[in-house]
Design a protein around this ligand. Structure first.
Ligand SMILES: Cc1ncc(COP(=O)(O)O)c(C=O)c1O
Length: 479
């Protein structure tokens, strides 16, 4: 009997095929039970959620436990020493300890600073790092805009900014080129993501130790990595680790952290002070203030204190499942998707997808960037696709996902094409850039799907069914 393609199979048949082909898949049945128990709202609303790199989903028990805590206790602003304040301070500090414990960071070596999100953590780094003409900022092309944005702080202090390019069509970095870029120049701050929020590529973590050996301070952006991977700071020892908690366990939003090595923290200089960051200050003299020691000097005003215990609950939830198990589950589903996507064709044999980045599961995460192509190889309009997917109950991401370096490299948009968009009196929108790029036969957009803790087989299967509706349709017919 001829093998039936994914397009022709039903969901049960396709999942059975995966079960028999990937023996480990049967062991992940736990996640289907977990979804029914904790993420029931997905099925109750018919949602296919495929934007975990945008934001994770919370388990219902996280909400219940947090609400029960808030309903049963009285908490005040932790900046005082009264009983309600003391009770809150205890929970804030317990959460700080559990963050370090979760990432296996030695408290004698690292501290955790609470911030509003990963971008807030990056802002603290940008404004406090001692950039100078001899202390540059080096970063890979593959970075989120909140890491790119740190270059403005560097420039303001007269520091050289150096981008280290991609080298392969898989959107990986060329490790030799990066090494060369870091050697033979005075060291400063080097930033790269553990996992790309664009392509899901996981960059070699051995670069952390190598760059440090060359004298660089290393910022490892872990926002897209930690939701489905173990970050073990007893093994990999970056100096600065920014992240957002909602990306790992969905709730609460509005809390992130900068995990920083104490030795580097001592070299950061805050450009201002705020409530909570100073020991004493006087209004009667310039510079009459003392910053607090340690983390307090970096947490402006009042931290999001009622939400912090929910971070502890979220970490416990992930620990109760095991991040390695989550990793294995999402990678099995990612492997199935990559195979289905690269095997999908139009009647004339032309591919239905172009996957940006690796098409196998080696050194990558559960985030896939792609273009949907018609039978002449032309890409469908990203906005029409997002609307169409939405109508089918599918939440995916389109645009460039705040990662212009990956988008430009993936879509072959050279500097001479990008340059004319800048320096105009009026800002150019992404849509205007997209339309202009199309005139040159280029695409500046992409689509992205990303998997997480509650993804099940039906989600990825429904995505493929939806994509299949574009089979043998023309991009112009839809544009
Ligand atoms: C790799 C990476 N870094 C940084 C950020 C910024 O995170 P936030 O928007 O929570 O500040 C994101 C968000 O998607 C990300 O994926």
């Amino acid at each position: 009997m001829p093998v039936r393609t994914v397009r022709e199979q039903g969901v049960g048949e396709a999942e059975d095929a995966l079960r028999s082909r990937a023996p480990g898949y049967a062991d992940t049945v736990f996640f289907d039970e977990l979804r029914a128990r904790e993420y029931h709202r997905l099925d109750a609303t018919g949602s296919v959620y495929l934007d975990y790199t945008g934001g994770g989903l919370y388990a219902e028990s996280q909400l219940r436990e947090h609400l029960a805590l808030l309903q049963s206790r009285v908490f005040g602003n932790p900046h005082s020493t009264n009983p309600t304040s003391g009770a809150m301070t205890e929970l804030v500090e317990a959460t700080r300890r559990s963050v370090l414990r979760y990432f296996r960071a030695d408290p004698d070596e690292y501290v955790a600073i609470f911030t509003p999100n990963c971008s807030g953590a990056l802002r603290v780094v940008g404004e406090s790092y001692p950039f100078s003409a001899t202390r540059p900022y080096a970063l890979t092309w593959d970075n989120h805009n909140s890491v790119n944005g740190v270059r403005e702080f560097a420039r303001a202090k007269g520091a050289p900014v150096r981008y280290l390019p991609f080298a392969t069509p898989e959107l990986r970095i060329d490790i030799e080129q990066v090494r060369d870029g870091l050697r033979n120049v005075p060291p400063g701050l080097f930033a790269f993501p553990a996992q790309s929020n664009f392509s899901g590529v996981q960059h070699p973590l051995e670069l952390v130790a190598e760059a440090k050996d060359l004298g660089w301070d290393v910022l490892l952006d872990c926002a897209a990595f930690v939701p489905t991977n173990r970050l073990d700071l007893s093994v990999i020892k970056p100096d600065l680790v920014p992240l957002s908690f909602y990306k790992i366990f969905g709730y609460p939003t509005g809390v992130g952290a900068l995990i920083v090595r104490r030795e580097v923290l001592a070299r950061l200089r805050r450009p201002w002070f705020a409530g909570g960051t100073i020991s004493i200050v006087s209004v009667q003299g310039e510079g009459w203030h003392y910053l607090e020691d340690g983390v307090a000097a970096f947490e402006d005003g009042t931290v999001n204190y009622l939400s912090l215990p929910a971070v502890d609950l979220g970490l416990r939830h992930i620990e109760s499942i095991g991040i390695e198990r989550i990793h294995d589950r999402v990678m099995l589903l990612t492997g199935w998707l990559l195979e289905a996507m690269t095997g999908a064709t139009h009647s004339n044999g032309a591919p239905l997808f172009h996957v940006h980045g690796p098409t196998d599961t080696l050194a990558r995460g559960a985030t896939i960037a792609f273009l949907l192509l018609d039978d002449q190889g032309r890409s469908f309009d990203y906005q029409l696709l997002e609307t169409d997917a939405g109508a089918a109950g599918i939440s995916l991401r389109t645009g460039c996902f705040c990662n212009p370096g990956s988008g430009e490299h993936a879509n072959c948009l050279a500097g001479d094409m990008m340059g004319p968009f800048f320096g105009r009196p009026e800002p150019v929108t992404f849509r205007q850039m997209y339309e202009k790029a199309r005139e040159f036969g280029k695409d500046s957009s992409a689509l992205r799907i990303s998997l997480g803790i509650a993804t099940n087989f039906a989600d990825v299967w429904r995505f493929m069914q939806w994509a299949g509706t574009f089979r043998d349709r023309g991009a112009d017919e839809l544009h």
